[in-house]
Design a binder for this molecule. Structure first.
Ligand code: PRT
Ligand code: ZN
Length: 291
């Protein structure tokens, strides 16, 4: 029978839900090989001292805080809501959503102050209370266990506080956003002790792998040939470009140039290169950037 090994890092991930597929995909990209999760409570990694434990997302901050597991991957929203004592290691750039206050489209509530004396239904009472307190709005918080979007139609409340990502659930229920409380994404969290105990070296290796995959996501590798005369102009467009290569395959008077470009500036850079007369640009995805 498979049992959890004491020396291994224990990482809790959501068993079945919105974060599950992207989390497992991310771990695979980091090079961790483990059994399929389907019938399991946990999987042992074949090529790294790591156990993956599958649980409800709501339990992850507490399990990490209490040291039942060393690490967890969870929405930042649950950290804000549960105020667990954990160390946030990294933002993982998926699972994006926002916690918002929404009201029926036809509602007379137009601004935050209009919520005074009204009922607000939510599965996020702690975040809601803190937000309303910050803005000195006295409203009644009605704690519900799910499906906040139907609460106004049922007459339970005048407003809701819920997570939204695409906005389609709000639209389908004739709700509009009054304001956003915070933005959230998946994060990796750790128990404070794992940063200093016997597992800290494994943790360091794991974080290096996580960072390598995350950095790669933000960059593209580009390669192109250009006339040598263009070099001064090209250096202004791509300040971090690698030394130009003059290879036997390059036309006389031309050089081959490669560089790593940040995703945010990618299209602007490529368009400027085209305007300066670069005929063809090859773009390659980067798997990992190890620093
Ligand atoms: O069973 P378990 O307790 O593990 O899962 P769960 O049902 O409590 O959570 P789950 O799987 O719904 O969400 C897990 C995490 O995904 C959340 O804690 C967030 O960090 C993140 N996330 C990202 C979201 C959303 N986007 C999201 N849109 N969590 C929930 N929603 C819900 C929202 O509550 C609303 O009902 O999706 C609906 C709105 O979606 P849109 O796309 O129509 O706006
Ligand atoms: Zn949950």
């Amino acid at each position: 029978m498979n049992t959890l090994k004491n020396g291994n890092l224990k990482l809790a991930v959501q068993k079945e839900g919105r974060l599950t597929d992207e989390t497992l995909e991310f771990l695979c990209k980091c090079g961790f090989e483990f059994e399929s999760r389907k019938p399991r409570l946990f999987s042992t990694c074949r090529n790294f001292p790591l156990e993956i434990i599958y649980v409800r997302d709501d339990d992850i901050p507490r399990y990490v805080g209490e040291g039942i597991v060393d690490l967890g991957i969870v929405g930042q929203n649950l950290l804000y809501e549960q105020k667990a004592k954990v160390k946030k290691l990294l933002n993982l750039r998926y699972g994006f959503c926002s916690l918002v206050i929404a009201v029926p489209k036809e509602s007379l509530i137009k601004k935050l102050e209009d919520l005074k004396g009204k009922k607000v239904a939510t599965t996020y009472p702690v975040s809601t209370k803190a937000f309303l307190k910050k803005w000195k709005i006295q409203a009644e918080i009605v704690e519900i266990s799910g499906s906040a979007e139907i609460a106004p139609a049922l007459g339970v409340c005048s407003a809701i506080v819920d997570l939204t990502s695409s906005g389609s659930t709000l639209a389908l229920n004739d709700l509009r956003i009054l304001t956003s409380i915070y933005d959230s994404e998946a994060v990796c969290i750790a128990n404070e002790k794992v940063l200093v105990n016997g597992k800290k070296d494994f943790l360091k290796q794991l974080v290096t792998r996580f960072k390598a995959v995350l950095s790669a996501k933000n960059y593209k590798y580009i390669m192109f040939s250009a006339s040598q005369n263009l070099l001064p102009k090209l250096k202004k467009i791509i300040p971090n470009m690698k030394p130009p290569i003059i290879s036997p395959f390059t036309k006389v008077g031309w050089v081959t140039i490669s560089s790593v470009i940040k995703e945010d500036f990618f299209w602007k850079t490529v368009e400027t290169l085209k305007q300066k007369g670069v005929p063809e640009i090859y773009v390659l995805p980067i798997e990992k950037i190890v620093t």
